[in-house]
Design a protein around this ligand. Structure first.
Ligand code: ATP
Ligand code: MG
Length: 568
């Protein structure tokens, strides 16, 4: 393909509203164009890379025995009503009405239509298992669309659904998808970790997320480098501390502590580290006030706390509630004397603390040398804090590491939630009817593409792994008025094309510097430069990701290109 005739609107400037590298580079390299918030067009170069990812996904789904179909994006309300999700999606769902006043939506995810489809055609255990998938646009009116196609409102998802007769069948279907996902993300050149996700909301019995390690990821992950443990930070269990020496307990002392804005300031004044402080935070959980205690330097894990009460709403209690419960201004809450009016939930770690500081439930006062069990007994002592770097791994005890991750894929054992709601049943060998056991498996194609860029770039632009590159090679003649150079460049381009290589020829009348800059920005993996030594039968071979420039014959450059592709 000759660049002179291409629609490839590259940009020099970093677009103002693009916060993360992949978003900036996708706009600068002319891969996509913003149409509205969270809604993008893929331009030719971007579309090619997009199709590469899509095809990898398709090949691996097919290899795993899943069958592709395509459903409409416009779906009647009834499809989502039986499962209750017409209400549940709330404002995230794009809704529309036809001329007859009938309600429709743009599908946000397709558990319901797949379940109905299988329900209508599959009757017997003999027809199971089945895994169906599609690669199709999804619509979610996200509250905060951002980072380009990472969190878009219209995005392409590969969504697969498995239907089995029993749990063992589901395990097998799930395992097949798990393996396919590993192959997909490996082929895309992604460094990812597998996280056991909080599956609370969807009501399933097993779920894993494929997380691409990246500082711009929205999820905090605790993972172990010694074993394969990884979990969303919200879910990572924190251990109970060892026993304390009761003999060392000192007498409680009340201290005057006015005007301290932070725990650090307060503890500084007392000459103690924040680890000697136990903070008491009041929450409003489904309308009920609850006190939560964690060590001064820790964070309350609101998801753990919420799950403890099986609650739907959790917020910090307002100042009026704090004052009523503690009888003091905000900032002086402590566990002693409030158990009568509110439950006190202490983190496991509190039990291992000795002679610590708490609020006195009296304005401008704290208590020193407080001890668990002696001075107060919480309503419940359990794990309610966020894991931190260095906490012991719950599986092997090695210190945990923390990173941020981009969720590119999600595999999920759904169980019978949708099959029961929608009557998707089969008859077993005795003629007894059972709901099918389902799994669902999603990959965001655009998000995966953006994640590839987040892990493969430098200051000059994208560095595509060969498997997802829009073109594999680019031939750059350095002087467009030199006949020898042009002829050789054209010849190499044609030979590569004849071998089925996706190759660009930068035949523009531009300085070499400009051509190199563009080639680097769009990230083409292999560059063959045809310059002054063309007459001697020499060209330059360079990989986008490396510094080395190798001089070789045109034939060798072609061979080398083929070799790189084979090894990719
Ligand atoms: P998130 O927590 O990021 O909102 P989700 O849990 O809503 O994701 P799923 O419903 O499991 O995501 O969707 C499956 C996959 O679809 C995700 O792993 C992700 O790759 C992709 N995806 C989800 N929402 C978006 C979005 N708004 N834009 C782009 N891709 C998305
Ligand atoms: Mg979401």
């Amino acid at each position: 393909m000759r660049i002179s005739g291409m629609f490839m609107p590259t940009q020099r400037e970093v677009p103002a509203d693009a916060e993360i590298v992949s978003h900036q580079l996708m706009l600068r390299a002319g891969l996509m164009r913003k149409v509205a918030s969270g809604i993008y067009s893929f331009l030719p170069m971007g579309h090619r890379a997009f199709r590469k990812v899509e095809n990898i996904v398709r090949e691996e789904m097919d290899r795993a025995g899943a069958q592709e179909l395509i459903m409409p994006a416009v779906l009647p309300a009834e499809v989502y009503m039986a499962s209750g999700r017409w209400e549940k999606f709330g404002p995230d769902m794009f809704r529309l009405t036809d001329r007859g006043g009938r309600d429709f939506c743009l599908g946000p995810t397709h558990e319901e239509p797949f379940t109905e489809t299988v329900r209508d055609y599959v009757r017997s255990y003999r027809q199971l298992p089945i895994t169906l998938y599609q690669i199709q646009h999804k619509y979610r009116d996200e509250q905060r669309p951002r980072f380009g196609v990472m969190r878009a409102r219209e995005f392409v998802m590969k969504d697969a659904y498995s239907f089995d007769a029993d749990e063992q069948g589901l395990d097998r279907s799930y395992q097949a998808m798990y393996q396919a996902y590993c192959r997909i993300f490996d082929r895309c050149g992604l460094d990812y970790i597998l996280v056991h996700a909080d599956s609370g909301a969807m009501g399933g019995s097993g779920s894993q997320e494929f997380m691409v390690k990246s500082d711009v990821g929205e999820d905090a992950i605790a993972y172990c480098t010694a074993c394969s443990f990884a979990a969303n930070r919200e879910k990572a269990p924190c251990p109970a501390p060892g026993p304390i020496e009761k003999e060392s307990m000192k007498d409680v002392e009340k201290v005057h502590t006015p005007n301290f804005k932070t725990i650090e300031e307060l503890m500084d004044f007392l000459g103690l580290p924040p680890t000697e402080f136990a903070k008491t935070l009041l929450y409003n959980i489904d309308g009920k006030i609850v006190a939560a205690m964690v060590r001064g330097d820790r964070e309350v894990n609101e998801i753990k706390l919420k799950n403890l009460f099986d609650a739907t709403e959790l917020a910090m209690a307002g100042p009026a509630d704090v004052e009523r419960v503690t009888g003091a201004a905000v900032g002086f809450a402590g566990p002693i004397g409030i158990q009568e009016s509110v439950p006190v939930i202490a983190d496991l770690e509190i039990e291992g603390m000795l002679n610590f500081v708490v609020g006195a439930n009296e304005t401008d006062f704290h208590l020193k040398n407080v001890n668990f069990g002696r001075d107060f007994t919480p309503t419940r002592t359990t794990d309610i804090r966020n894991a931190v770097e260095g906490d012991p791994c719950p599986d092997c005890g090695a210190p945990l590491s923390m990173c941020r991750g981009i969720e590119v894929g999600h595999i999920f054992k759904l169980g019978t939630k949708y099959s029961e709601a929608l009557g998707c049943n089969f008859l077993d060998s005795n003629g007894t009817e059972h709901p099918m056991i389902m799994g669902c498996y999603g990959i965001g194609i655009g998000r995966t593409l953006a994640a590839v860029i987040e892990q493969h770039y430098d200051k000059d632009g994208i560095i595509w792994p060969i498997a997802v590159a829009p073109y594999t090679a680019i031939v750059v003649p350095t002087n467009s008025t030199d006949e020898t150079i042009n002829a050789l460049a054209l010849d190499i381009h044609e030979k590569l094309q004849a071998k089925g290589i996706e190759v660009l020829l930068d035949d523009r009348d531009e300085r070499p510097g400009v051509k190199f800059k563009d080639a680097d920005l769009i990230g083409i993996p292999i560059r063959i430069t045809v310059g002054r030594k063309a007459a001697e039968g020499k060209v330059e071979f360079k990989l986008r990701g490396g510094e080395e420039v190798l001089e070789m014959t045109p034939e060798d450059a072609i061979t080398e290109t083929m070799k790189r592709i084979d090894n990719a």
